[in-house]
Write a protein that binds this ligand. Structure first.
Ligand code: PBG
Length: 324
């Protein structure tokens, strides 16, 4: 019989020692909860493909944020669904737009909540693309000017951070310039630096009513087959002044999270997107997997890969599970 000399199992024999040698710990401090806001009063529309998530009107959004704050979640990221969409997504740059009014209401009622504004146009344009469409294409530089207008309104209503997600070239630099020129030099930018053109965004597009009406986003979001290009995108965003770098989606791109973590010294965020959430929910509803265990394993893997911050629809569940 062969007797092993090395026995790694010694440190797995009970929960005490496992706790002591655990390398990665998920904490409430890591979490950002995405929330959706729509027009109206007393509205709480369930999002069918994202169980437990809703499109809230501003009044109920504020109630939700109070609860999220009490649970100890440090930050939320907001997505707005305007009452009126047009080719240039003008609600997004209006100081009285849905997102601007939401931020004001939240900051009024729950000033300690850290509020991040998503910076993009796909929820606001009637064609559903992430900027101005000129000659059948999203025009990069025209969109940069729109992004500058958008973030100035976020600054004016008291957002804590902006998170550009449109994958326009130069977006971080343009936004940094606009913020600095308007007295918002203290506002950080979390850039969706490596955002892939992913089918995992399906449920989000139902939630935000932001699916492109024609074509797709492959002309600006990244090809899922590319890794080196992600590092180039990240490098550009660091040079342009990003404060936090995001990789999105998370679970199918753990290799990218790891490479970004090893390449830069800024905080790295990962977006555990709607499709990743919906798959777990659906399989759990069928009784095929254990939702809590699978979700915690998934989020731990994202952290282990190198993410400091995780945007996740599981945020409230995680707080519950960590306290169980
Ligand atoms: C664009 C945006 C998207 C998501 C966040 N910001 C969708 C897209 O690019 O179509 C997706 C998030 C998710 O799937 O949870 N504003």
């Amino acid at each position: 019989m062969y007797t092993p000399y090395y026995r790694p199992r010694r440190l797995r024999r009970n929960e005490n020692i496992r706790r002591m040698v655990r390398e990665t710990k998920l904490s409430v401090d890591d979490l950002i909860l995405p929330l959706f806001v729509t027009e109206g009063k007393n509205v709480r529309n369930p999002i069918v493909s994202m169980p437990g998530h809703f499109q809230f009107s501003i009044d109920l959004l504020v109630e939700e944020v109070k609860q999220v704050h009490q649970m100890g979640i440090p930050a939320i990221v907001l997505f707005g669904i305007p009452g009126h969409k047009d080719p240039l997504g003008t609600d997004a740059t209006n100081e009285q737009g849905i997102i601007q009014r939401s931020i004001m209401a939240i900051k009024d009622a729950v000033p300690d909540m850290y509020v991040i504004a998503d910076v993009c146009f796909c929820e606001y344009t009637d064609h559903g693309h992430c900027g101005a469409v000129i000659n059948g294409e999203v025009d990069n530089d025209a969109t940069l000017e729109m992004l500058q207008q958008q973030v100035i309104t976020h600054g004016k209503v008291g957002a804590d951070m902006v998170a550009p997600s449109g994958m326009m070239d130069g977006m971080v630099g343009a936004i940094r310039e606009a913020l600095d020129e308007n007295g918002f030099e203290k506002m950080p930018i979390m850039s969706y630096a490596a955002k892939y053109s992913s089918a995992f965004y399906g449920p989000f597009r139902d939630a935000a009513e932001s699916a492109p009406q024609y074509g797709d986003r492959r002309g600006y979001q990244m090809d899922p087959a590319n890794a080196r290009e992600a590092l180039y995108e990240v490098e550009l965003d660091v040079q342009e002044g990003a404060d936090i770098i995001m990789v999105k989606p998370a679970m199918p791109y753990l290799d990218i999270i790891r490479q970004v973590r090893d390449t830069i010294d800024l905080p790295v965020a990962a977006y555990n997107v709607s499709g990743e959430f919906a798959m777990v929910k659906a399989a759990a509803e069928k009784g095929w997997i254990d939702e809590k265990k699978v979700a915690m394993e998934m989020l731990t893997s994202i952290k282990r890969a190198g993410a400091d911050i995780i945007l996740t629809y599981f945020a409230k569940d995680v707080v519950k599970w960590l306290n169980e």
